[in-house]
Ligand binder design. Structure first.
Ligand SMILES: Cc1cc2nc3c(=O)[nH]c(=O)nc-3n(C[C@H](O)[C@H](O)[C@H](O)COP(=O)(O)OP(=O)(O)OC[C@H]3O[C@@H](n4cnc5c(N)ncnc54)[C@H](O)[C@@H]3O)c2cc1C
Length: 374
């Protein structure tokens, strides 16, 4: 029977990052049900890095992982993982109060965040409609992440350290007996000391299949589309409507638009709904002077949240050796170096680094015990 120290379930960015940081210390086997590794949420993101949009635990994880993205280990990737883009945010009439509150909360932690004039916003994004801009803000720290380079870097590093990755292999279930997990994967049974549940929207299913109490995770569908605006849009930074969650940004030379929807969904291969696509187009045409003629692409993906909407990284309280790595919501890419490193540290039973403690990151804050039923 095949034996491993750690069985990682899920080959998205969560599983790949934890496997990467573990592989130098443990025998790691990562399995992914699909034939490729980024088919679900990881391959469907907007690729943004931002600290200004988060507070609390997610912000700490994002900030903790930033040095890795700025300077990954030599050979990790052949291209920079981050590219500075900046971020324009606007409030419409009636949203000024919320904008004021956002600035009051975010400014102390993001000193470069500033209020800008509508003229300045129009210099950056000339096709915004001036009349909708009640307040405008700019965060120069916002970056674009090369998601594929990051994801592949994690998987390549995992393998280079002696770990194994297998795609097209589903986790069917496991029992803990005799001091280890007996896990049924694909057509075989393997022994593993620890199971890492990085199954994204399916993480509660993986728990149930292991006899572990589910956390009550909620996958929520988010829609996106791209279209050619008739000019090279590569320089357009993310532009966010602060009241609705609607945003648009460059995606290569075309524009990507999302209505900011978050419709609860079963775990599934999420597909865009006509109504959400139409809403996105309508919102875009409402705030800009551009008419959307023909879409280049459209997609939807699941952002999965725990009950308190914070990420979870820690051992289950009702089972031995079952580690949750879930609930990354809309920040799973940007938080992955931080979350992966801290998950690996906790799994190895090592103390968290001092820099994590300075950011109020500790086992209790990260772990599932904070959630009723965790
Ligand atoms: C439209 C959209 C925009 C986003 N924008 C951003 C952004 O700008 N920045 C950011 O940081 N984040 C963003 N996110 C969030 C980010 O994409 C997710 O948080 C992240 O990808 C979650 O990664 P994951 O590995 O947990 O999940 P996934 O990528 O879904 O990976 C989980 C994997 O587990 C596998 N699996 C499930 N069950 C089993 C099983 N039984 N056996 C084997 N394998 C199994 C699945 O096949 C899947 O591949 C966005 C998400 C969406 C949808």
């Amino acid at each position: 029977m095949h034996k491993t120290d750690v069985l990682v379930i899920g080959g998205g960015i969560a599983g790949a990052s934890a496997g990467y940081f573990l592989a130098a210390h443990k025998r790691v086997l990562l399995i992914e049900r699909e034939n490729g590794y980024g088919y679900h949420s990881t391959g469907r993101s907007a690729a943004e890095w931002t600290a200004a949009h988060f507070h609390g635990l997610m912000r700490s994880l994002v900030v903790f992982g930033r040095p890795f993205l700025d300077a990954p280990p030599s050979g990790f990737a052949s291209v920079p993982l981050l590219r500075r883009r900046g971020n324009v945010m606007f409030a419409r009439e009636g949203g000024e109060q919320a904008a004021e509150e956002f600035l009051r909360n975010a400014k102390p932690l993001n000193p470069e965040l500033e209020e800008i004039s509508a003229d300045r916003a129009l210099q950056i994004v000339p096709f915004l409609r001036r009349e909708i801009l009640a307040r405008t803000f700019y965060d120069p720290e916002n970056c674009e992440i090369d998601v594929d380079a990051l994801h592949q870097g994690f998987l390549r590093g995992l393998r280079a350290a002696g770990g194994e990755t297998r795609s097209g292999v589903e986790f069917h279930g496991a029992e803990y007996r005799g001091g280890c997990w007996h896990a049924r994967i694909g057509t075989e049974t393997i022994e593993a000391g620890v199971i890492v549940n990085g199954a994204g929207a399916w993480a509660d299913t993986v728990a149930t299949r292991s006899g572990v109490r589910p956390l009550g995770l909620e996958p929520r569908r988010r829609t996106a589309l791209t279209f050619n605006p008739g000019f090279d849009a590569a320089r357009i930074p993310p532009v966010d409507d602060m009241s609705s969650g609607f945003y648009f940004k460059a995606s290569g030379p075309v524009l990507m638009v999302s209505p900011g929807d978050q419709t609860p969904s079963e775990p599934c291969d999420a597909q865009p709904e006509e109504l959400d696509v139409a809403t996105a187009v309508d919102m875009f045409e409402n705030v800009t002077t551009i008419e959307v003629r023909r879409l280049a692409s459209r997609w939807a993906g699941l952002r999965t949240f725990a009950r308190d909407e914070k990420p979870v990284a820690g051992f289950a309280t009702d089972a031995m050796g079952f580690f949750w790595l879930v609930g990354q919501g809309g920040g799973g890419i940007m938080s992955s170096p931080g979350m992966g490193e801290l998950a690996a540290t906790l799994i190895r039973g090592q103390p968290l680094p001092e820099r994590a403690c300075e950011l109020d990151l500790d086992a209790a804050t990260l772990g599932p015990a904070r959630l009723a039923g965790g």
